[in-house]
Design a protein around this ligand. Structure first.
Ligand SMILES: Cc1ncc(COP(=O)(O)O)c(C=O)c1O
Length: 439
């Protein structure tokens, strides 16, 4: 009897691991059981069942070269064996305690972050997502400055909680029916479509200087910005931008929060993107790639700012032994395999290819980004956003076994944020496919 039961159980598990319900059944369940706000890519989506470094596989066994990396998460590749091994070992040993008990991975990770983050950033609070990290950073800025208002940029995305959704500038992600007051959005450094109709460098960075016009009225705790606005369309500010911003903020004692949730951990060809502009934020937020697919988030600050947050603060899952171990191994893989340098080198190669394609295909209006955070803005005549065309390109790339992303206010920026372990050949494959599709 007992043996029968065990056999039945074994067969059941074999069946569910071998049989996939397929995209139609998933869509049906999604319609029935998920809140409708959870949207997906593609007219004909596939069921993804397996990942291996730069590849994903669907239920039919078809291979996809993943150039979106789970939206800038899988920097060390899908199911990276070194990271998987360390996670499994930790899961088998100690999964969870919360911070009311002492465990080692959380402090080792905080120490490691203090070493790899720029300047005097040295104190970390761990949580479980990017939204939470930004929410915590905003609270810390209010505690430190005793001010309550924030400035953010129109093309920014900072999360899904009440406050971070309001800090977000992109209207499609601002669902809040009762928006918060006291958050001001300024134009981004979007040189391809300057809000002021100016041209860099003659513009004298009017977009950055707008910050001063806003904060001089007083009451601002912080300016929050992604160094490169990811979801906003890989908006990459010019070289002087953050130096100008830093000076203005220092003059008015307003804190600088750098949201490195998408840009962190080698993505842009530096460990953190703010390093490209040679500035040190007061608070940096991270998540996504930190643990290569294991949920984690964190905000990191300097001793002085950290010292104002002394009342109890706890995140049940923040710095959990499994996510902290995953993060420690992810950082060690990034360092050991020189993935930061790789992102820089391969990113330049990818942009070279895209710039070559721009000369041939008028639909590519602009190519921008740093490292392996690259976007190609698709436009019609007079820079009209080629939104439908982009959807077609994405669908056709997918049919050819290549996954890319879409970003931008008008969803017309073809976006590439692949795992940093990709090869030159992978880029050649993407560029050839794109050339053929656009032809
Ligand atoms: C720059 C940035 N900040 C914050 C978030 C929110 O992170 P999470 O989805 O982990 O809450 C995102 C999500 O895409 C993001 O791109």
């Amino acid at each position: 009897m007992l043996e029968n039961n065990i056999n039945r159980k074994k067969q059941f598990f074999k069946k569910i691991t071998m049989t996939y319900i397929g995209p139609d059944a998933i869509l049906q369940k999604k319609r029935e059981y998920l809140i409708p706000c959870v949207y997906h890519f593609y007219k004909k989506p596939m069921q993804i069942v397996r990942g291996e470094m730069q590849y994903l596989y669907d239920h039919t066994g078809k291979q996809y070269l993943d150039f979106y990396g789970g939206v800038s998460v899988m920097n060390a590749g899908h199911c990276n064996p070194e990271i998987v091994a360390s996670i499994c070992e930790q899961v088998k040993t100690l999964q969870h305690t919360t911070t009311i008990y002492l465990t080692q991975p959380i402090v080792d990770l905080a120490e490691k972050l203090a070493h790899i983050t720029p300047g005097n950033l040295s104190r970390t609070f761990f949580c479980a997502s990017g939204s939470e990290a930004n929410e915590g950073a905003a609270l810390l800025a209010q505690l430190y400055t005793n001010k309550h208002k924030f400035v953010a940029v129109q093309q920014g995305l900072h999360g899904r909680t009440k406050l971070t959704m309001n800090l977000t500038g992109i209207s499609m992600w601002r669902t809040d029916p009762n928006p918060l007051n006291d958050i001001v959005h300024i134009p981004a450094a979007y040189c391809y479509r300057c809000d002021y109709g100016l041209t860099y460098p003659g513009c004298n960075l009017k977009c950055a200087r707008r910050l001063e016009e806003v904060i001089k009225s007083g009451g601002f705790a912080a300016f929050i910005i992604e160094p490169i606005q990811g979801n906003g369309g890989i908006i990459t500010p010019p070289p002087e931008y953050f130096k100008v911003v830093r000076k203005i903020l220092d003059t008015y004692n307003v804190l600088f929060i750098a949201d490195e949730v998408q840009t962190g951990f080698g993505r842009t060809g530096k460990m953190f993107a703010t390093e490209h502009w040679d500035v040190v934020p007061d608070i940096m937020t991270v998540a996504k790639a930190l643990a290569n697919g294991t949920p984690i988030g964190a905000f990191i600050t300097n001793n002085k700012i950290a010292s104002c947050y002394t009342r109890p603060g706890a995140s049940t899952m923040g710095g959990n032994p499994v996510s902290a171990t995953a993060a420690l191994t992810t950082i060690s893989v990034i360092e050991k395999h020189h993935l930061v340098h790789r992102a820089q080198e391969l990113g330049s190669y990818l942009r070279e290819k895209l710039i070559g394609l721009r000369q041939k295909h008028k639909i590519i209006g602009d190519v921008r980004g740093k490292g392996l955070m690259t976007g190609a803005e698709l436009v019609r005549e007079n820079k009209i956003p080629a939104t439908e065309e982009l959807d077609n390109v994405l669908e056709q790339l997918k049919d050819r076994g290549i996954l890319a992303g879409k970003t931008g206010i008008s969803r017309n920026v073809l976006t590439f944020q692949p795992p940093l372990i990709i090869t030159h050949n992978d880029i050649d494959q993407v560029s050839t496919a794109l050339d053929e599709i656009l032809s």
